[in-house]
Design a binder for this molecule. Sequence first.
Ligand code: CIR
Length: 255
Amino acid sequence: MTTRALTRAVPDSIARCELTHLTRKPIDIDLARAQHAAYEDALRAAGCVVERVVAMPDAPDSVFVEDTAIVLDDIAVITRPGAASRRREVESVAAALGPHRELLHIEAPATIDGGDVLRVGRRLFVGLSTRTNADAVEQLHTALDARGYDLVPVIVRGVLHLKSAVTQVGASQLLVNRDWIDVGPFRDCDLIEVDPLEPSAANALLVRETVLFPSEFPRTAERLERSGVQLVRVAASELAKAEGALTCCSLVVET
Ligand code: CIR
């Protein structure tokens, strides 16, 4: 079995990225590229084969490939991103996933970003956010119920995506920021909370047996390690200014 991690180059146009909750700050593009390359190296060290999807220099948010698809065991759902500027990103990702999965396409009026979908076992938690609407939850339910997936909507407030507020760091362990979601739907999981001084620290990337974690959040890292979660730290300061975090920059495909 091969674990592929699809990524895409940091585009020249990243300075024009979409921003919803952050104020625009200058992004050091050389540093962003160096951090992104180190992230790809960490994915390789975790056992992934990294494959870059065709670059889109004029698509400012195209490095955030997570938002373009939801990759499941037997099917991949090609999203219809909530930001109109990002809809042209999906075609090349669909082409890259086509050899590995049956594809399903989300259709208008539904909109959904992959960053709003957290899979835990056979449950798919779907964030209702500024990017993802109830039509998308309905289309996912129609397509995936018969395949044994339970859809659980979760309201997201004050942050871009569900996975800005909660991610998986172990078999039943989730890292959360309770200010941005109601944790009720996650009640049977073991919840580890971000440090209050690090609200943006809830996005970790569990890939195979490794948890990649942003080096900018040492207090939360210490909490995780005290709970027995071993971390591989990666610097992610530059793409964070584009409202992107670690899960956003890859799509993991078991083949
Ligand atoms: C956007 O607003 O779409 C990008 N600037 C950031 C997307 C981050 N993606 C993610 O959290 N999955």
